[in-house]
Write a protein that binds this ligand. Structure first.
Ligand code: TYD
Ligand code: MG
Length: 454
């Protein structure tokens, strides 16, 4: 009988190995860092050393053009870097309910439709449930192979038997390997099961989607520990209350991490959004104070989004600052600049900010639009409806240039906006698009003049 592999609990901080689980590492005294790991059998490892490969000249290495295949979902292909690479491992993360299973099933359906053998490993849902979803997506008859399975070793047997070109594991948290005793979903199980699958998929050139529940911030136990193991990490974002979803690559060995895909969740699954700006601005109120349009970059793609601000008198000793979809620290800084440089009284006001459509914005180029939205709400004066803004604001209130002013301007023009307000440094040397005018501002006081908020 095969002896169960020896396991140990290894501290993730210092590497100390203990024979059983402990709350605190006896070596480095960190708490909650011990994770079960399979130990290599010492005798077996000594008996069969891996054959060493002699170093060779890099120029002698033949690299074949990576084999890519369209998944049939254009926005997914775009984020993957132009299609799914044979034998690549893709981690698809996101909040529960965001649409990961739906996206994976749509990709499977399209691949199966091209005659590509695909295997869907359902760990969370029964095949019946998946069939119902497939019917809803119009993929019920598409030739996808499905198996309900949660043991990594058995999944590998299925891969060996079926030889699919692509396999989806939904989800990695439900998978377990027989070598470890810990519960599915624990760091040890997630990591070991994934490692087993990854090595088999690499050996058989099987593309693999690992689905994992995780938020971008969620650095705790879970798929985050897999990021170094896989080739591509995609995050599916959006807020559950909205239909718009953004698929973003945070790591990609086979393409740039600069691409995003935009989808809309509808009655019949995820539809690709060809014109994200129009979608994000769809419900923008006319003539409402506190609304500003920002030209942001999502990867290499310019997108117009609405920044909303609400400034109202606070009943609290510590007024609220609540930015949704924007950075809290950065927001506090911009409010301080408004207070100090523009004489706007905000210290006894609650300030709420929101990026309409549920998008998250990380680039400082959003500063100008945030400042304009806050000032507009504080003054109770709507901004002109045909203005798009972008630009970074420094601590002295100076407006700094940002990257790719040209494509931001063209997107604004394409969406019918007549005026762009941008950093003076960007305005110099920018060939204005005939459909729109550009106005450079050097500091926030100038911004107030241009928008008539002074
Ligand atoms: P799902 O793909 O199950 O999310 P995840 O795998 O990330 O947990 O999608 C869940 C949500 O999507 C669910 O609330 C229902 C909704 N949905 C639609 O609105 N339309 C559809 O066609 C489908 C399949 C799902
Ligand atoms: Mg799911």
């Amino acid at each position: 009988m095969k002896r169960a592999a020896r396991t140990a609990y290894v501290c993730q901080q210092c590497g100390h190995a203990a024979p059983r689980w402990l709350g605190q590492c006896p070596a480095c005294e960190s708490w909650g860092t011990l994770v079960e790991e399979a130990m290599p059998d010492a005798r077996a490892a000594a008996a069969a050393p891996a054959p060493a490969q002699a170093p060779q000249a890099l120029s002698a290495v033949t690299a074949s053009e990576t084999m890519r295949r369209s998944t049939g979902v254009g926005e997914l292909d775009r984020v993957l870097g132009g299609g799914l690479v044979q034998g690549s491992i893709v981690l698809l993360g996101g909040d529960p309910g965001i649409g990961k299973s739906t996206l994976a099933l749509q990709a499977c359906g399209a691949l199966a439709g091209q005659g590509v053998p695909v295997l869907y490993v359902a760990g969370e849902e029964s095949p019946e449930q998946v069939r119902l979803r497939a019917d809803r997506l119009g993929l019920g008859e598409s030739g996808i192979l499905i198996v309900p399975e949660t043991t990594a070793e058995t999944v590998i047997e299925h891969i060996d038997r079926v030889r699919p070109a692509a396999v989806v594991v939904d989800s990695i948290q439900t998978l377990r390997t027989m070598t470890l005793a810990s519960a599915p979903g624990s760091v040890g199980q997630v990591r070991e099961s994934a490692a087993l699958l990854v090595s088999r998929c690499k050996a058989t050139s099987t593309a693999c989607f690992l689905i994992g529940h995780v938020t971008k911030e969620g650095s705790l136990a879970g798929p985050r520990v897999l990021e170094h193991l896989v080739d591509t990490v995609l995050y599916f974002e959006g807020d559950g209350a909205h239909a718009l979803r953004v698929l973003r690559a945070v790591k990609n060995r086979f393409g740039s991490t600069n691409e995003v895909g935009v989808f809309e969740m509808g009655e019949r699954g995820l539809a690709e959004v060809a014109n994200p700006s129009a979608a994000f601005l769809a419900e923008r109120p006319a003539d409402a104070p506190g609304s500003a349009v920002l030209a942001t970059l999502e990867g290499s793609r310019p997108v117009l989004v609405e920044i909303q601000a609400l400034v109202s008198r606070s009943a609290l000793a510590m007024p609220r600052r609540t930015p949704i979809g924007l950075d809290l620290g950065r927001t506090a800084l911009l409010l301080a600049i408004l207070e100090k440089r523009c004489g706007l009284r905000l210290h006894d006001q609650d300030v709420f900010l929101n990026v309409a459509g549920g998008l998250r914005i990380d680039e400082p180029a959003s500063d100008l639009a945030v400042i304009a939205a806050v000032a507009s709400s504080a003054r109770g004066k709507a901004l002109p409806g045909d203005v798009v803004l972008w630009g970074e604001v420094g601590l002295t209130g100076e407006v700094r240039s940002v990257a790719r002013a040209d494509i931001r301007m063209r997107e604004a023009a394409r969406q019918g906006f007549k005026r762009c307000v941008l950093p003076a440094g960007n305005a110099r040397g920018l060939d204005a698009d005939p459909r729109t005018t550009i106005r450079g501002v050097g500091n926030v006081a100038e911004l107030f003049e241009v928008l008539e908020l002074a």
